[in-house]
Design a protein around this ligand. Structure first.
Ligand code: BGC
Length: 712
């Protein structure tokens, strides 16, 4: 058959039909070549597979059927180049997903997703292992920077729009790590235990919303177990919920080295990824035997392959295959990374010092371990390493060195460019005396504090590492005109808070991060980030204050197992993650979820909630009552009928001084409901409020709702 006559080339057919037509022509060998594959970089005895570009995974093309190879790369923050497997190939590094969460900006999520998709396409990748959508349940979690927030709605919306952006470029995106992948310590040994109703209302809801919006072509379960079964062979999460209740049509790919059996296929796993990290080739010869002796039906094999093909067809990855060597507008992408950072960096304290006026401080001291080199990024498979990055020793993950990378956006240079100061001096802060002397001689002290987090490694405690708390306290003592900029992968304690004049949470701000920070300090940008996670006042406030010693367990696949499977009981907080736990327990956090200051002020009036069937919509007028243009994050919270206050909708609106706009915000009905074998909304009045954060309500109204039951 000549290629142009393949029936599946008819783009008017739906993707499932096209996929089935291809599968009907495939040989068993061809099918099995898409059911398991190694990590596609040279690793130990395994060379890079022929035809692989060099990335997380490669599945060979089927030339005779006109089906391209699958080239899969990490991840949400840009295109990774693990171990420099593609020598010299670099990409744009976006801010951490947590910072995207702080922007509360679905348009920015889409635009940055599109950027990832464009770069993936230009490099020849057709599957992007993006879409981090785990809820932040453990504030010290090593991968929180790859996730969006502690809130199901914010996480689902941002992750969903980000995935939609990637896929709009004809590239499949995953959503991961499904589900309850909350900590890195013992990530291959830990069972996240949570009862079904709570799971449906929290972690599953984040994915459900994200999947509805983004329609990711693939889902990646995590390394962890869920209620005692590995996430990669969890019949409840994969078969009952994902493929059953939600009717998910895409494929489920294991995390690398996270497949534990051939029977996983029965539970809903479609592909064994990173198979060379697993103890057995479960989805190769053993799976063929299982099919031969009838333990796994042939139809299940066909389905697993068809799911992959339909997702590739659905985004256009087969009709318009990407090829390496495409051009990338690096400067436009760098600017987008900067804009994303500008929209998410969160002003936590400002006693009137900010915004600084140009030239007002003639001698500015910049302090920070690497503030003369770049801004910090998080470590692990998601890491992006643009040209000009600076690295120091990181950690070992799965036998690979993962460096600590500082993106090429240099605080000292950005401060020089933005401040108009006659002199900008730098101290790395390792010599406390020298730093304090320089602080006394300066008009303004900017401290860039760092907290490195990485895949495979949780943060121990919530304090800034490496004596930085003492450094900040001493600098503030030496010069009260001190501002702290936090480059962290999550919340940290701030024992020096009362002594400093301003604090910015910059998370990991990416390749335009320093310019974004300087832009906010000197008022070129009006800050509009809001915290996507609660900043606790102490570890004692957390649902799980104690942490397991990482030495007593195994955190990476392919490594010898230490100790037994252990359980974390997430029913302690249940569905009440983050701010909902703090409210329930009456804990006052250091800074609440949703909190962030601006250089202007906003007023609200005329709040109304309209109901059309099950759909609910809030309308409210927002006015910029200050003197500068700025963006406001309107947060709509719901409570009542026994519900703890929950974010049910949000929007970000840019307003000129004096401008008023009526903002229309759809409210998520599932956030008015409890899960009792389906969503149940209890009849009665609900209180709907505009909050400046999760703890401070500014304007409320009541909406009566009838009893309602619905699925999924
Ligand atoms: C990570 C995944 C990643 C994969 C491939 C694993 O270590 O958990 O998120 O996509 O590696 O690099």
């Amino acid at each position: 058959m000549a290629p142009e006559t393949y029936p599946w080339q008819d783009a008017t057919l739906d993707p499932d039909t096209r996929a089935r037509l291809v599968v009907a022509e495939m040989t068993e060998d061809e099918k099995f070549s898409w059911l398991s594959g190694p990590m596609a970089i040279p690793l130990g005895d395994t060379p890079k597979p022929d035809g692989a570009l060099g990335s997380a995974a490669f599945y060979p093309g089927i030339d005779r059927l006109g089906i391209p190879a699958m080239q899969q790369a990490d991840a949400s923050l840009g295109i990774s180049n693990l171990g420099n497997v593609r020598p010299g190939d670099n990409a744009t590094a976006l801010p951490a997903s947590l910072l995207l969460g702080a922007s509360f900006d679905i348009d920015m999520a889409r635009q940055t997703g599109e950027m990832v998709g464009r770069e993936a396409r230009a490099k020849g990748f057709n599957v992007q292992l993006a879409g981090g959508a785990n809820l932040v349940r453990e504030p010290r979690g090593g991968r929180n920077f790859e996730y969006v927030s502690e809130d199901a709605l914010l996480t689902g919306q941002i992750a969903g729009h980000s995935v939609a952006g990637v896929q709009s470029q004809g590239i499949v995106s995953t959503m991961k790590h499904f589900v309850l992948n909350a900590q890195e310590t013992g990530r291959v040994m830990v069972s996240s235990d949570l009862s079904e109703p709570a799971m449906r209302e929290s972690d599953l809801l984040a994915f459900q919303i994200g999947i509805e919006i983004g329609q990711p072509g693939a889902i990646m379960p995590g390394y962890n177990l869920v209620n005692g079964d590995y996430a990669s062979e969890n019949t409840f999460t994969l078969k009952t919920v994902l493929k059953g209740d939600w009717g998910y049509p895409g494929w489920v790919m294991a995390d690398w080295g996270a497949t534990h059996s051939t029977e996983a296929m029965r539970a809903g796993l479609d592909v064994q990824s990173g198979a060379n990290l697993d103890p057995e080739p479960f989805f190769a010869a053993p799976l063929r035997e299982a099919v031969a002796d009838g333990r796994i039906p042939q139809a299940r094999i066909d389905e697993a392959v068809a799911r992959q093909l339909r997702s590739l067809f659905a985004v256009g990855a087969i009709d318009h295959p990407p090829a390496p060597g495409g051009s990338i507008d690096h400067s436009a992408h760098r600017l987008l990374a900067q804009r994303a950072a500008e929209g998410g960096i969160t002003l936590l304290k400002n006693d009137g010092l900010l915004p600084l006026s140009k030239g007002a401080a003639s001698r500015v001291l910049v302090v920070g371990h690497h503030a003369d080199k770049g801004v910090l990024s998080g470590g692990g498979s998601s890491n992006v390493n643009p040209i000009g990055s600076f690295s120091t020793q990181g950690t070992d993950i799965m036998g690979m060195q993962v460096q600590r990378i500082f993106h090429p956006s240099v605080p000292v240079a950005a401060v020089r460019a933005e401040s108009g100061a006659a002199k900008v001096v730098f101290e790395d802060g390792r010599d406390l005396q020298a730093a304090c002397k320089a602080a006394r001689e300066a008009d303004l002290v900017l401290v860039f504090a760092e907290e490195w987090r990485s895949e495979g490694l949780d943060q121990s405690g919530l304090s800034l590492p490496e004596e930085q708390d003492a450094l900040i306290a001493a600098l503030a003592e030496a010069n009260p005109e001190t501002v702290v900029i936090l480059e962290t992968g999550g919340p940290v304690l701030m024992p020096w808070l009362a002594k400093v004049r301003a604090v910015l949470a910059a998370f990991y701000p990416g390749q335009g991060g320093a310019e974004a920070i300087a832009g906010i300090l000197w008022g070129r940008v009006c800050p509009s980030g809001r915290l996507p996670v609660t900043f606790p006042a102490s570890e004692a406030q957390l649902p799980h204050p104690a942490q397991r010693d990482p030495e007593t367990t195994t955190s990476n696949p392919g490594m010898e197992r230490i100790g037994e499977i252990f359980h974390v009981d997430y029913d302690v907080e249940g569905a009440d993650t983050g701010y909902r736990w703090f409210a329930r327990e009456g804990h006052a956090p250091l800074f609440p979820f949703g909190f962030g200051l601006s250089y202007t002020s906003f007023e609200y009036s005329a709040l109304r909630v309209e109901r059309r069937g099950r759909a609910l919509e809030a309308q409210v007028a927002v006015t910029n009552t200050g003197k500068v243009a700025g963006a406001e994050v309107t947060q709509v919270y719901v409570s009542g009928q026994g519900l703890n206050r929950r974010l049910a909708g949000f929007a970000k609106t840019r307003l000129d001084p004096g401008e008023t706009r009526v903002v229309v915000i759809p409210l998520e009905p599932r956030l008015f409901a409890r899960w009792q074998d389906g969503w149940q909304i209890a009849a009665g009045p609900y209180t709907v409020c505009i909050g400046s954060d999760a703890t401070a309500m500014r304007l409320c109204t009541e909406v009566p709702l009838p009893n309602q039951a619905f699925r999924p």
